[in-house]
Design a protein around this ligand. Sequence first.
Ligand SMILES: Cc1ncc(COP(=O)(O)O)c(C=O)c1O
Length: 380
Amino acid sequence: MQVPLLDLKAQYATIRDEVVSAVTEVLESQLVCNGPAVRELERQMAEYCQCAAALGVSSGTDALLVSLMALGIGQDLPACRTGGKCPGSPEVITTPFTFFGTAGSIWRAGAKPVFADIDPETFNLDPAAVERAITGRTVAIMPVHLYGQVAEMDALLDIARRHGLKVIEDAAQAIGAQYKGKPAGAFGDCGCFSFYPTKNLGAMGDAGMITTQDKDLAARMEKLRNHGQSRQYFHDWVGGNFRMDSIQGAALSVKMRYIERWTERRRANAERYNELLADVSQVVTPVARPHCRHIYHQYVLRAERRDELQAHLKDRGVASAVYYPLGLHLQDCFKGLGYRKGDFPQTEKACDEVLAMPIYPELTDAQIDYVAGQIAAFYA
Ligand SMILES: Cc1ncc(COP(=O)(O)O)c(C=O)c1O
């Protein structure tokens, strides 16, 4: 049996006619950049994430960058002095166990990424470690809702409040995830989503979204995504071209109708794996905290002899992946930050042990049974 990590063609086949018709409408209108189809997606996302505003942008990475810029972190935007002001290079605390774009956006905004270690159970930022990393230069916290489970927001928001810090949620992997009944993206000053095709809600190319409860901040971000322009060819700030293509808005609006159904399939698949792997003592199945709605962007095991298991599965037609093999504190481009191996033991241990298994909604029970059976056979 073959089990791919993801089967985008299978999903597309179920919605092909609707997507083609929505995209064709955009093409006929020729309103192809940041047009009405993007406005409709923004309306849907603001409602889904229980936020006052949502802004379509070019990618999840750009969502993070625009958020930092709009909060005045790392650069001095005239008339945008809302925070981020401190002597020297402002610091943003985040996790080293995430996709590169998280810390890369902090760096590109002109701020310094400061890392704090993760909670080994959830792989998300450990609030106690965040508190220890705060200095006089800290201006913001960027928690990542890794694999689709919201970080410990009560504790993180409490730290932010006590220290006067901004909070930018990296919700790239967490659309539809909830913490105590509240959706990802509704907690911080901004929530940043990625619609990269492999995400739970994937575009037909690159796209992203920023959510916020702050309408003034939304107005600043709206300007920044279009070169800081106040009216055509008059620029208040240096922004960039961070606009979303209208065909992405149209395709994503169609997919929004299915996101809950797909999420429930992922959750059911996770449940099935959990049951089948309960007696395999060499793997630890994902821990979903009781107050969290995990949306399983990834279903990630901790596995003994991880690399051997991965090779064994590959030989038997089962794809898997390592997210992520190296902590961001040890990446070459961040050498200048001065971190060393051993600085974040939980992150480094996770890098050696994690293995993401197929979890996509179209996976059949027979495929899940086969994957779990092959994992059990490896250790037997
Ligand atoms: C945690 C995290 N942050 C940021 C990003 C960046 O999103 P994008 O690829 O849309 O730029 C991604 C996804 O790739 C991600 O998984």
